[in-house]
Design a protein around this ligand. Structure first.
Ligand SMILES: NC(=O)c1ccc[n+]([C@@H]2O[C@H](COP(=O)([O-])OP(=O)(O)OC[C@H]3O[C@@H](n4cnc5c(N)ncnc54)[C@H](O)[C@@H]3O)[C@@H](O)[C@H]2O)c1
Length: 122
């Protein structure tokens, strides 16, 4: 049977999710036309890489050539809704309940202009 060697770059949420999928795929699809082997996992530091190798049962582990950590989306995913919610709160007196991104100054000005006749009529 053909073997597919799998490498995972980063052992955060997605790395763990994909590792789990490779471990469990034979439970769902059987017989598989290929055998998956978890060959290598890459993390930022040797300690993280070793821990990832053990947890994910990879054959080996490594760090990235630059030894740097990229930015994930976890830290920034909350910012846009927070900014838009703050804008909608600020514009509530105009009866505005929704602002699309990108919330440019022009888009906000137009939303206020569109809301003025509505607010005056109420
Ligand atoms: N979380 C999701 O639901 C989801 C869904 C689809 C796509 N993604 C994408 O998948 C990627 C990973 O997301 P995540 O949620 O697993 O993030 P995460 O922050 O949970 O995990 C990222 C992992 O990568 C490691 N890492 C960072 N820079 C590295 C480098 N240079 N070399 C080796 N390892 C490095 C970090 O130490 C961390 O363990 C992101 O690009 C994200 O946009 C995430």
């Amino acid at each position: 049977m053909k073997t597919l060697g799998v490498g995972i770059l980063g052992f955060g949420f997605m790395g763990k999710t994909h590792t789990y999928a490779h471990h469990t795929i034979p439970l769902y699809y059987s017989p598989l036309p290929i055998k998956c082997r978890l060959k290598a996992v890459c993390e930022v530091t040797p300690e993280l890489a070793a821990a990832a190798m053990e947890t994910g049962q990879f054959e080996r582990c490594t760090t990235n050539p630059l030894g740097v950590k990229g930015s994930g989306e976890a830290g920034c995913i909350g910012a846009p809704p927070a900014v838009i919610n703050a804008l909608v709160d600020a514009l509530a007196p105009y009866g505005i309940k929704h602002i699309d991104m990108p919330a440019t100054p022009r888009a906000i000005w137009e939303a206020i202009q569109a809301a003025r006749p509505r607010a005056a009529a109420e």
